[in-house]
Design a protein. Structure first.
Length: 79
């Protein structure tokens, strides 16, 4: 189970950053930590395992912010 982390800090963006900035940060981080970038490492290698874990954390942070922004947008439109 993942520890709860601040998604803004995970992606390295300021709280309240635009979704465009969030997306750019996500793409930058995901390119760096994507498991395919470390596929040449042996399966038992710590670097490969940590890249999988870090990528999941980054993906979760991005999904969290996308979901929160979607809810806020729907509420604003409904008013």
């Amino acid at each position: 189970r993942q520890k709860s982390r601040d998604p803004w800090k995970v992606l390295g963006v300021a709280r309240g950053a635009s979704m465009n900035d969030v997306r750019k940060a996500y793409l930058e981080q995901s390119k760096k930590w994507h498991p395919d970038m470390h596929a040449a490492s042996p399966p038992h290698c710590a670097n490969r395992r940590s890249s999988h874990a870090e990528f999941r954390i980054i993906k979760h942070a991005y999904d969290t912010l996308r979901y929160k922004r979607g809810i806020a947008y729907k509420e604003a439109v409904a008013d």
